[in-house]
Design a protein around this ligand. Structure first.
Ligand code: B12
Ligand code: SF4
Length: 494
């Protein structure tokens, strides 16, 4: 079995599957195909495809499993799948979030699709294929029957005890990495300074721009969706990481929302501090930030938290994004984070989308000036991801036709990234452009008086005059921010 992960050299899904296959007696190999790049990803090159085909010739897998986690990288997934089909007669199995939400589309390329969490279903499918068994009863499987009709089987109940899944192998044999037209052998994780892991599965929230709620719907009546590993299991994984990764400097917990269960947190604080003691980063949510949890996590070694706020407009948050937190709760969270002394607090915003008007940007500015320093802002655009509720909302509102949105969501990766992270849109409306700059500048405490002065000018209708000044300040501020980030990285490397 050759497992392929795309644009993610530490792909957790692939690692868990490999674990499950090994336990069942298979000898999976893993290929990490290209590196994670959220700014300027490039599609696969001819050389990279050739390296992949050569690897398949060498490894001679009986099956190839591909993890199609994000639709932004579909272009390369199609290229790889087509190249394999043209050159070999090896069954291809797709899994991951995209395949889970769009099994019919996935079956245009793959021979089999496993939907949802795949550890058990994948092993079962391989066992059945090996023994020529009847696959029609395998839960989570989607396939085409002999009449070429798509069959989508029911989903099995969620695994309640995550500890039973173990944790990914770190290092080990049979790991390959293709990147920048070069293939290398060995687990890329071993050379990394950061260890990436997850202490839970599932998210309790239902944001309209995220796939989480769509995944949750698939699991209706299939057990608890949000599940946590035991602290013991998390610490054991980290002890292993410490032992194996020589240059380990930080841990990234990729839990959608880190635990705020007091019992779990108490145990984690003690064990992490005593046994691991390496700075760690988490994702947070304003509704899950409380003093008790954050103080304990800082004591344990929390050095960075990324909190999604997404908009300072209550209207956009509630009616568009389906997020229920109030302005007061967000401001209180920022106070808790600041008082607890979290070294890096990053707030995520998604601005400049068709649902938003200038009033919403002013609300966002007004919220940002109330957030307690120190904090940094990450300002993104809004990605329309296939299978999310916001896609339907955008069509209902008439911002796009269904066809236009399909075209956007399935365009090549460069176009998709340019569309949402490009600067072109900033130049169109001087008021909006001024407010976006002012929002960005609220993260710099020393600029506060100037920012407030400029904001009052924009409110008076002088945005044209202010925009030029803002452009100059913005470029210096961005430079300063990038220098500070580099300095922090150097300090961490030491
Ligand atoms: C953690 C995470 C990340 C981390 C990944 C860290 C890592 N080391 O892997 C980081 C921050 C790097 C990341 C990046 C991105 N992410 Co992300 N990420 C997630 C998140 C929250 C959890 C993923 C995870 O690790 N789950 C735990 C593992 C064990 O589960 P899993 O990956 O789903 O794998 C299981 C099954 O899917 C299945 N399976 C998976 N692959 C295969 C393959 C086969 C053959 C089989 C049989 C089964 C199978 O079995 C696995 C084990 O049970 C998901 C949300 C979610 N609920 O999935 C978003 C999510 C997958 N990400 C998303 C996006 C958009 C991205 C980015 C494009 C963001 C960006 N703009 O750059 C990139 C793309 C990365 C990539 N190359 O695909 C979207 C994808 C939606 C879509 N339609 O495209 C999601 C769904 C969140 C959302 N907004 O809705 N992400
Ligand atoms: S909190 Fe994050 S992971 Fe959860 S639904 Fe919202 S965006 Fe998705």
């Amino acid at each position: 079995m050759l497992l392929i992960g795309f644009y993610n050299e530490n792909a957790l899904g692939i690692k868990y599957l490999s674990n499950a296959l090994q336990k069942a007696g298979y000898e999976p190999k893993i290929l990490y195909f290209k590196k994670f790049n959220s700014i300027n990803p490039k599609s696969a090159t001819d050389i990279e495809i050739k390296l992949l085909l050569d690897l398949i010739k060498e490894v001679k897998p009986s099956y190839i499993g591909m993890s199609v986690m994000a639709s932004l990288y579909l272009e390369s997934v199609y290229m790889v799948t087509n190249a394999v089909k043209q050159n070999f007669d090896i069954p291809i199995i797709w899994g991951g979030v995209y395949s889970t939400l769009f099994p019919e589309k996935a079956l245009d390329y793959a021979d089999y699709v496993i939907r949802g969490e795949g550890e058990e279903a994948f092993v079962e499918l391989l066992d059945f294929l090996k023994s020529d068994g009847d696959i029609s009863s395998i839960l989570n499987l989607a396939y085409k029957n002999k009449y070429n009709e798509v069959v989508i089987n029911d989903i099995r109940p969620l695994k309640e005890r995550l500890d039973e899944l173990g944790y990914p192998e770190i290092g080990g044999e049979g790991k390959y990495f293709i990147y920048n037209n070069i293939i290398s052998q060995g687990d890329p994780q071993l050379k990394d300074m950061v260890y990436e892991m997850s202490a839970s599965r599932g998210c309790p929230f239902a944001c309209s721009y995220c796939c989480s709620i769509s995944l949750k719907r698939i699991y209706t009546n299939k057990g608890k969706y949000v599940r946590f590993r035991s602290v013991e299991s998390v610490i054991n994984e980290l002890l292993e990481a410490k032992k194996r990764i020589k240059n380990l400097k930080a841990i990234h917990f990729w839990d959608e929302i880190f635990s705020d269960d007091p019992k779990w947190i108490d145990e984690f604080k003690i064990r992490y501090k005593k046994d691991i003691g390496i700075p760690f980063k988490i994702w947070g949510h304003p509704l899950k930030i409380n003093k008790y949890t954050i103080d304990a996590l800082v004591e344990a070694g929390l050095y960075q938290i990324v909190v999604g706020i997404q908009s300072g407009s209550l209207r956009v948050r509630k009616d568009v994004f389906n997020r229920t937190e109030s302005q007061e709760k967000i401001i209180e969270s920022s106070r808790i984070l600041s008082d607890a002394g979290v070294p890096r607090v990053i707030y995520d915003f998604m601005l400049q989308h068709p649902f938003e008007n200038t009033e919403d940007l002013i609300d966002t500015y007004n919220l940002c000036i109330q957030l307690k320093h120190p904090f940094e802002l990450q300002i993104h655009g809004l990605n329309f991801l296939p299978g999310t509720d916001i896609v339907k909302k955008a069509v209902r509102k008439g911002f796009f036709t269904k066809e236009q949105l399909e075209k956007i969501m399935y365009s090549n990766m460069q176009q998709q990234y340019d569309m949402y992270w490009g600067t072109e849109r900033l130049d169109k409306n001087t008021d909006d452009s001024a407010w976006i700059s002012l929002i960005y500048l609220t993260q710099f405490p020393k600029l506060r008086p100037l920012v407030e002065l400029l904001a009052s000018e924009v409110k008076k209708g002088n945005s044209g005059k202010v925009v030029l000044t803002l452009k100059k300040i913005m470029s210096r501020a961005k430079m300063l921010k990038s220098l500070t980030e580099k300095a922090k990285l150097v300090i961490r490397k030491r």
